[in-house]
Design a protein around this ligand. Structure first.
Ligand code: SF4
Length: 471
């Protein structure tokens, strides 16, 4: 959106240098990341499983809509203390074979509801650590998928990789079964930071794995970094970014560390006195945006950067970008069917999530039941707000006429109270209300979820503490 607002990347840099810290303090309030609307905190066990299954069946009445598959592999050999993922920490390698048995049973159980001719255009293997699987187990998982689904020859198949215990034969196995995009976790190269967060990963190791990823023919490489970790300074993080840019990734995700020790108790180990102050964190963000845009990356939003010719950047320019549980995506019109412990699926007007606890997940699957623990059925109003929030976050603005056409209502009349409530955000320079449209400014891009929250009907005073801060 900032191109259409007339803000090129260079102007963004200039503005970023003059960011007012007071404004940042004012608007840096906790908020959801809106990979779903309503956020997953609204999913409930109260929703009828039969109703969800009926709706899943209806969603599969025809093969017209394409599928996006997600597989959650929860195991990690050690816990990184900043981690916010749903993981099972173990060094027992045998656990992955047992887990795959259950995923296969789940595929068979859910396969009863799925239309066999739906085309799979996207697949993602996430975790935990998907590369906890042995090479032959990766081949087995690939075979399980290939024998049950119609895979598009142009499928985007991505996998999250932890370089620390990777072997080259695992990458070869991933390529054999069709994975073509790799995402590697780095977070920070500084040994002091790595020690503080219990994740030792020398740069030489990361570089070696990047070489393997290229040698084995992956088409795209993403690298994850985190700012806001203990002992990070602007100087040390700049060194990390320089080192990572030397590895020539196609995309970068530079996340703000979400300190939520009330949800993730291991984060209590990360003592406040070693965490960067909010001001330092802001400077880390500013540094990141400046360096990456200067290096030719486009700021996609919500911590994601892509090379200007990357399809994510192209989709954002063409306003076809999508946002879902896997973050930003170019694949619109797909339903997401997810498998494995804790995984979340989305189709039509429903979300559903599998059991988050391994024994419960196993018990349900072994009994031949869909391992659904909770879910959500969107109301008509939820659907309107979901589309509004997703377009806002992908397009960095809202065009009222196209929103009215898409939603079948008078957008300005429907959201008159919400649009009128934006005075403070406009005064703070986060957005501009023009005749017929709302534009998010370059400063507002840093706070896109704060703007989105104004369209969230469920945000009520006192619940904000459940979320991490935007920066
Ligand atoms: S490897 Fe990834 S998922 Fe596992 S504990 Fe570390 S950050 Fe979390």
């Amino acid at each position: 959106m900032h191109r259409e607002c007339g803000f090129g990347d260079t102007e963004f840099l200039m503005s970023a240098r003059t960011i007012d810290l007071e404004l940042i303090r004012k608007f840096n309030v906790p908020g959801p990341r809106y990979t779903s609307y309503p956020p997953a905190t609204h999913f409930t066990e109260e929703v009828s499983k039969d109703l969800l299954l009926e709706k899943i069946e209806a969603n599969n009445a025809s093969p017209d809509r394409d599928l996006s598959l997600y597989f959650h592999l929860p195991f990690c050999q050690s816990l990184c203390w900043f981690c916010g993922c749903t993981t099972v920490i173990t060094t027992e390698q045998g656990k992955s074979a047992r887990y795959l048995d259950s995923v296969e049973r789940e595929l068979d159980t859910m396969g009863r509801y799925l239309h066999p001719d739906r085309k799979v255009t996207q697949m993602h293997l996430g975790g935990g650590t998907p590369t906890f699987l042995l090479a032959d187990e990766i081949r087995r998982l690939g075979g399980m998928v290939a024998s049950r689904f119609k895979l598009d020859p142009d499928i985007e198949a991505s996998v999250e990789i932890d370089p620390r215990r990777l072997t080259r034969d695992k990458l070869e196995a991933l390529r054999e079964v069709g994975f073509n995009r790799a995402s590697i976790g780095v977070q920070d190269n500084n040994p002091e930071v790595q020690e503080a967060v219990h994740r030792i990963q020398p740069l030489e190791l990361t570089a070696e794995v990047v070489g393997w990823i290229r040698d084995t023919g992956f088409q795209s490489l993403n690298i994850d970094l985190i700012y806001g970790l203990p002992h990070q300074t602007v100087g040390s993080f700049e060194k990390t970014i320089d080192e990572i840019l030397d590895l020539r990734p196609d995309r970068l995700a530079v996340f703000s560390y979400a300190h939520v020790p009330w949800i993730k108790p291991a984060q209590k180990i990360l003592k406040d006195e070693y965490l960067p102050t909010p001001e330092v964190k802001l400077h880390l963000l500013k540094l990141t945006v400046e360096k990456l845009t200067a290096a030719g990356f486009v700021d996609i939003g919500m911590d994601h950067f892509a090379r200007a010719d990357d399809e994510l950047a192209v989709a954002q320019r063409e306003k076809t970008l999508q946002r879902n549980f896997q973050g930003y995506s170019t694949k619109g019109g797909t339903d997401i069917y997810s498998f494995g412990m804790s995984s979340i699926s989305q189709a039509d007007d429903i979300y559903w999530q599998n059991h988050k606890d391994l024994p419960e997940y196993y018990a349900e699957v072994d009994a031949g039941r869909p391992p659904i623990a909770r879910g959500y059925v969107l109301t008509g109003e939820d659907l309107v707000r979901r589309q509004t929030i997703m377009r806002l976050m992908c397009d960095r603005g809202l065009d009222y006429r196209s929103m009215s056409e898409a939603l079948g209502l008078d957008f300005e009349a429907h959201f008159s109270a919400e649009l009128a409530s934006l005075d403070d955000l406009e005064e703070g320079g986060l957005l501009a209300r023009r005749p017929g449209r709302l534009e998010v400014t370059e400063l507002g891009q840093l706070f896109i979820r704060i703007i989105a929250m104004r369209f969230d009907a469920y945000l009520i005073a006192g619940k904000e503490g459940r979320y991490s801060k935007a920066i």
